[in-house]
Design a protein. Sequence first.
Length: 342
Amino acid sequence: MNQAWQEFLATQHAQLQDGAVTHFGDAAAELAAAQNGTVLCDLSHFGVLKVSGEEAQSFLQNLLSSDVKAVTPARAQPSSLNTPKGRMLATFLLWQSGADYFLQLPRSLVAAVQKKLSMYVLRSKVKVTDASDELICMGLAGEDANTLAKESFAAVPQEAMGKEDSPNASVVRLDETRVLVITKPQFAAALWESLACGARAAGSPSWDWLNIRAGYPVVLPATQEQFVPQMANLDLTGAVNFKKGCYPGQEIVARMQYLGRLKQRMYLAHVEGAAAQAGDLLYSADMEGQHSGTVMNAAPAPGGGHDLLAVVQIGSREHQTVHLGSLQGAKLEFLALPYAIP
């Protein structure tokens, strides 16, 4: 985390652990505000890679699952980096600023993904650098998020994945009630204080919960190389393009789409009485001792229990009770995602 930013957050009563804000004094109240009010979250638990150089676009187009050519200074995009076997190494939010491209991903994966991307550079006129401390990212969410954003920035995008640049920040519209604010360290403190006048400061678990409720999957170290993009619904959220050229894993991803039968999908669920985390296994009676799914993301839910994104066998989801950890574990209560699953 940027040192000056960390010192500022400490003056705002932030409690930090491993470079992430866990809460600002009352984690339960912050989660309640994420559900029913408006919150402002520091997103330092995510890092940012910068891809620069005159061949940056073609470099990323040949590596990521989305159509990078559709990314512009006014249009962001979700995407993924996959192994040759089509398994996801990372998921990103991708945006362009000037001639440079930026990939937001969990800070815990930044170094490994930077190394992986750099292996592909070879003679390309491209440079991949860690820009995590050069940018400050904030998440603004809730019923008053749009009003606050309009009061604070010269322009605010109205459509999902739209991006607008202001003198002191860039704003990406994530969905109807959430925006990502990207700024530089010299502007961050003043911008935070301004936005905090109309929103409750909240720790990273609140943003993680909002991502889960939005059906936005985030690959973490515990889930690398476990899922093809369709298993995590990336084909439903614009993170996969089936008309572009080759990229690592493209043949597997395309075959799954056109010739295969997808056996697993990602669902939104809630569990009571047990803590869940990414990588936890799920079980149902029909799988005869084998696990029927895996937790992709999990976060404490307002009011107790945990909400999670779970990649589950479609048949188990439709016909069985799914349990966390074992057949005797807590039952998953499946909830509706904000987008339709075929």
